[in-house]
Ligand binder design. Structure first.
Ligand code: TA6
Length: 281
């Protein structure tokens, strides 16, 4: 029988779950339903980046790991900027573990639910779950089920901070068409090929490739498989990190956000469900 453990620890009035099996290890903060770490046993390399200055006590969203953006992305909620919390209200509330299931392939699935799936700016009846499967890859599914008697529209994203050795020696493979540049009035521009990084980057790519790869000059490769998305967001704050209280000035060098996202809106009919999925290898 596979050796699987799940350990709960409390710190700063927040609870953390450590799930470990023969294939991998994953750490989740119950505040935010926030995955903070994934390490496959095959190579022992941490795939996720969390800022050393991240707030972990529930006072603000955790800087790093996989913030859950729902039911809108960034400030795109149809209200004046700042009227509603950026990236929605899942990542700033307490979650709980609904179930833990071991599978014959030695993987483990943990299902978590938020305290509430309604909030200021969104009032439709629905069920939200986060399904995390720990294996030699990490499968993350943000599920939305419409239990209302009317349709509703959402945006969402798995806002993943990937750990890299040096952003200046990193390339992102798999994006080839156009993106909208948040730093230039959302102007549409061609994806640079090769996709390397030398300045602040904040882009919504208007394509939904299934497979992306972060390729580092030290030979490390991180696979990012996406399902049920309509776009990919790529972000690195570069020198902007210096003005972020929960990021050290040079933290931008060790991270790259590649986000599996729905940013063009998806309408869920009553009874319908959506599973935004990112698989990290
Ligand atoms: O995903 C890119 C982005 O929308 C950036 O514009 C930046 O705001 C980033 O998300 C981080 O947002 P946060 O609210 O977590 O500081």
């Amino acid at each position: 029988m596979a050796a699987r453990t799940i350990e709960m620890l409390e710190k700063d009035s927040n609870q953390f779950a450590l799930i470990e099996n023969d294939l991998g290890q994953c750490r989740i903060s119950l505040y935010g339903g926030h995955i903070m770490s994934f390490i496959p046993k095959s190579d022992g390399r941490e795939r996720l980046w969390v800022s050393p200055l991240a707030s972990l006590n529930g006072e603000r969203p955790i800087r790093g790991g996989i913030p859950l953006c729902w039911p809108w992305f960034s400030d795109d909620h149809g209200k004046p900027k700042g009227a509603l919390p950026s990236h929605g209200f899942l990542r700033t509330q307490q979650w709980h573990i609904e179930s833990v299931e071991d599978h014959n392939d030695q993987s483990t699935t943990v299902v978590l639910k938020p305290t509430t799936s309604v909030g200021k700016g969104f009032a439709n009846a629905c069920i939200v779950r986060l399904k995390v499967t720990v294996a030699d890859r990490l499968t993350v599914v943000l599920q939305t089920v419409n239990t209302d008697d009317s349709a509703f529209n959402i945006n969402c994203a798995l806002h993943t901070y990937f750990a890299i050795e040096n952003i200046k020696a990193t390339q992102l493979d798999g994006l080839t068409t156009q993106y909208r540049d948040k730093l230039d009035n959302w102007e549409e521009k061609p994806t640079p090929l090769p996709y390397t990084f030398s300045a602040e980057t904040d882009r919504i790519h208007l394509e939904a490739p299934k497979l992306l790869t972060i390729v580092e000059s030290n030979g490390a490769k991180t696979g990012i498989e996406s399902l049920n998305h309509d776009s990919i967001v790529v972000w690195n704050p570069w020198q902007g990190a210096a003005s972020m209280s929960d990021m050290d000035a040079f933290g931008y060098r060790q991270m790259l956000c590649v986000e599996t996202a729905v940013t063009n809106g998806i309408t869920l009919q009553p009874g319908a469900s959506h599973q935004l999925t990112q698989i990290i290898s």
